[in-house]
Design a binder for this molecule. Sequence first.
Ligand code: FES
Ligand code: FES
Length: 156
Amino acid sequence: MKIIKFHLNNKPVVVRADPSMRLLDLLRIHLHMTGVKEGCGEGACGACSVLVDGVCYDSCLTPVANIIGKHVVTIEGFRNTKQYRRIADAFADFGASQCGFCTPGMILNTYALLKKNPHPSEEEVRIALSGNLCRCTGYNAIVKAVLEVAEKGGEW
Ligand code: FES
Ligand code: FES
């Protein structure tokens, strides 16, 4: 056990935890961030995505030791931003979310993409979201939603 200090959704957090614990478990079980989903548990589905210093990580593959001193953002924190609203509105307009299990990861990865590349091509969107699996939508609605948000422009 070790004292772990980091920022979660812009608030300082101090916990005692095994540094080898999965970030996913720290967030879901100990800090009740249940918007972080566990799908595959092995880095293949993107449902557990979180932002660490602005970059998307699979929290199921990230040991807690790797986030010491960093800023972690989950969908619970990201949903208070204007960027979330813009992405979520486009997802709603295009029917890009059905059961919603993949949606937090899709939204966080969309944000990470648009921050890096505000005007991606369709191929770039598909590549950027290729690590996020969706069992419901068939992906086309998600890709259209992301292209629509990009088309509208704005600050990322
Ligand atoms: S649960 Fe982490 S990538 Fe699937
Ligand atoms: S909306 Fe159900 S898994 Fe994507």
